[in-house]
Design a protein around this ligand. Sequence first.
Ligand code: SF4
Ligand code: SF4
Length: 506
Amino acid sequence: MTKKRLSEDVSDASRRTFLKMGGLAATGATLGGAAAAGFVLGRDPDANVGWGRTEAGADMFINREPFQVEIAPSLKPVGDVIRADWGDFLFNRAGAIAHAIKGGWDPALGWQNFPDSRVRAYYAQYPDRWQEMLQSFTAHKIHDDNKEQQRDRFALAWAYDASWHKGLMTSNFPPKPDTPPEQDDFKWVKREPVEFKSPAHASKLIKQMANKYGMTHVGIAKLDPAFVFKGMMRGTKEWGDEIPAHWKNVIVFGVPMNWDPMYAAVGYSSSKEAYFRASNAAGLMSAFLGELGYAARPQHPPVDYELILPPIAIQAGLGENARNGILMTPEVGPNIRLAALITDLDLEADKPVDLKMSHFCEDCKICADACPSGSITKADKMDTVERGFRKWDFNQDSCWRFWNQGPSEGAKGCRVCIAVCPYTRKNNWIHALVKNLEPRDPTSITRTTLLAMQHNFFYYPDAENYHADWSGGNFAGYHEPPEWLRSENYLKVDKTWDYDGNWEAF
Ligand code: SF4
Ligand code: SF4
């Protein structure tokens, strides 16, 4: 469960107040009339971090209890459950292919002749994606050839991204495992485990600690083998299907990306600051547990995983499966970057929730329309089955192709689907209200009203406009960049560009 600061009194009062508004039929007019004030509150930077109360006194964390279920809707198996393999992890594939090409392997030979059978296994399943992956290398080369032309415009965004990148890539914290899990997961353990009063006490404490280490969301799930990669174990050369006996529970947590750069995706956004914070929290929490005598194996961005985190976060009640292929929380939408710890500590697990967010995705499709690479399905219902679970079809490889062409120096990123999502909104009372109402609404009035507001109050650049100018776009963003990332405000540069996107604070 997420951290809850909402007292029962506040929660009940909010509900009573709302019910007095005259029922669901009044929702549209009420929300419409309140929108302007809501957006103003949403501008306040202090209301943007995902923590606690809004200025209006409401709490942005939803009481999940009424929505708890035994199995999350998207995690009900519809076929044989198959564990993910090494080659299913995008960064493994991309790295192996880049390495092979660098070593002289000719991509014209096709995936059928790729030297690593794990990569072949993936493209045997998704042969159409092979070309997308190859194009990602071309896209990156074109980016490298052109990026200097845009340095004045993006100088501050590049510096911001680079600062987090360097922090993330050079700190070696949490330390990378260099021994087998039976040894490495216990590296901070110096004594016999200190006994907790109960698993519930242990859960309560560890959630508080996640918050203290800077995470907004935290939940706990029993380790489910379905979401453990096969053939991947850091610190060992060879590893098969085995799951270490001490891997009992997963503490999964996350934090939003800084809102204003994220909204200005593509060019001004960076995943790495939330990656850095989540990774650090994973390291700090593993040391904390070790000091108490318990094993802890951090799972963290950008590539240090043995687990697939989004379904585990769904099991732990943090949110649901979104159309754009990632976790969507009720509080911050898909604007959340995750990390986790696997531990042998006995914990009380959270329950998954059914907040009807998947139903919202059926009607919405805003991310699919905005996606500059066409990677997100526009189907009316979840349209594929992956490893035994129904989900929205999502093309990782074409998304990755687009990630390689952005204007930032590292050229890694997009996040447009996160920025445009109606659930991705700053912490303001109107969104707190809607997020509480939508899952209780047996009609579709709330959803229809919210979507109408979304379409009418916001401007959506055409999907092509998000591309770099060297790829036919104009570096559009869902929002214009915040003032602190506009080079012309602080640097001696000639402003030769116009911005394309919603006004920055809207
Ligand atoms: S990150 Fe960008 S390219 Fe990838 S799915 Fe989202 S909108 Fe599409
Ligand atoms: S933009 Fe709409 S369809 Fe896409 S994830 Fe968000 S709610 Fe779902």
